[in-house]
Write a protein that binds this ligand. Sequence first.
Ligand SMILES: Cc1cc2nc3c(=O)[nH]c(=O)nc-3n(C[C@H](O)[C@H](O)[C@H](O)COP(=O)(O)OP(=O)(O)OC[C@H]3O[C@@H](n4cnc5c(N)ncnc54)[C@H](O)[C@@H]3O)c2cc1C
Length: 400
Amino acid sequence: MTEVSHGRPPSGSDLLDDRMLELDRYCWSVSGEFRKVGELLDQDPDAIDSYFDLPGVLLYRFFSIPRRYWPQLDVPPQLAPLLGTSLAQAVVWERFSYADPNVLLASPGPALSSDAIHALADPEQTDRWFSRFAAQPDHTFFAVTEPTKGSAATELTTTLRPAPDGDGWLLTGEKYYVGNGARAQVGLVFCRRAPGPWGIEAVLLDASSPGFSAELLPSVGLRGARISRMRFEDVRVPHRDLLGQHLRPTQRGLHGARQVFYRARPGIAAMALGCAQAVCDHLRGQGLRGDRLSAVEDRIAAIRRLNHRTAADIDAGRVDPHRIAAAKAGAARVAEDATLLAAELLGPASLLDDPWLEKVYRDVRAFEFMEGAGNVHLLSVFQGLLKGRFAGGVEAEGVG
Ligand SMILES: Cc1cc2nc3c(=O)[nH]c(=O)nc-3n(C[C@H](O)[C@H](O)[C@H](O)COP(=O)(O)OP(=O)(O)OC[C@H]3O[C@@H](n4cnc5c(N)ncnc54)[C@H](O)[C@@H]3O)c2cc1C
């Protein structure tokens, strides 16, 4: 890897303790090949199939699988207990994305869905889910977005109705922009069983079920995410695959989706920060200096610190959606700004002459939309400001 920060903790990491810093160094040491693999994935996202045994790919696969399901894994034992936490996710996702964000997104594993499983699944469903992903390198999808209901997720229209023969449920509708939707073997689909917010349910879906189809959407950036369109035409869902039947309605479908969103956003922010830092280090590696570069680096450091703080808060059971939104929106924006600055400082031809820069320039634009569009997060930040949630600290830390 070129122009890496040599495994040093990036500035703004002062909230990380020694073990988290060790995890950061470990991730740096196992992501050396990611930049090369990322270039291949940009051409063909399925190229990941040849890299399932890379230590970093394995770490990602098992990151959110509880340790009781792990086989013998080559992860330093002192780091293993950290995996699965939001703070570790912020550290790992950033370091891996510094090398290349596509590798992470293209890799097998339960990924985001694990948080929904923890929130919604009963013990049998939980065991079935994690045993499967521990045993084989399957991909999964987490399908919420619909063609006309992106940011308005609570208005989703994909329906779940009882099968007329009494044998389970029938799923009908369409999902859009779903990562790994056309690749995964199994995943979660959010759907509507009744009107209103509490009428939303989540089901486990086997991609081999009759009536299910999916196609890859053409994309110019972050192609490792393999965003897809999915269609469900009366797909039969067995009774045992409806999640949350043992829970109260307020604890079911939407509740599970929220758990995922809150925990995923610091991860997406970390990915954007990793890319932004890589671009800045790339510029310094080419001998560039100056106030504008320093200003972008300072913003990255400030947002990183905020992101670590929100992630640590989530691990401590304190979820502040406004701070989470601030970190995610700020990270997506600074990643774009870093690439714009690079193209300006290196000259427009740099995007033709430097394939890595050209690729990261395309990749970072996806972060604006992943886990909620920027405007929606800014609205949340504004609501937080009105409630005084940012008073006494965050502004002083210089949020993006
Ligand atoms: C790489 C990638 C991976 C993804 N993976 C998944 C996945 O695995 N599963 C999944 O379900 N979805 C996934 N998505 C979809 C993502 O969650 C949506 O793109 C996102 O929710 C925004 O929805 P939309 O694209 O329909 O935009 P829209 O919601 O239609 O928004 C369009 C524009 O309008 C603005 N806007 C929307 N509402 C408001 C408002 N109230 N006020 C002001 N402005 C507003 C937005 O900021 C945006 O600029 C992925 C997207 C990307 C890019």
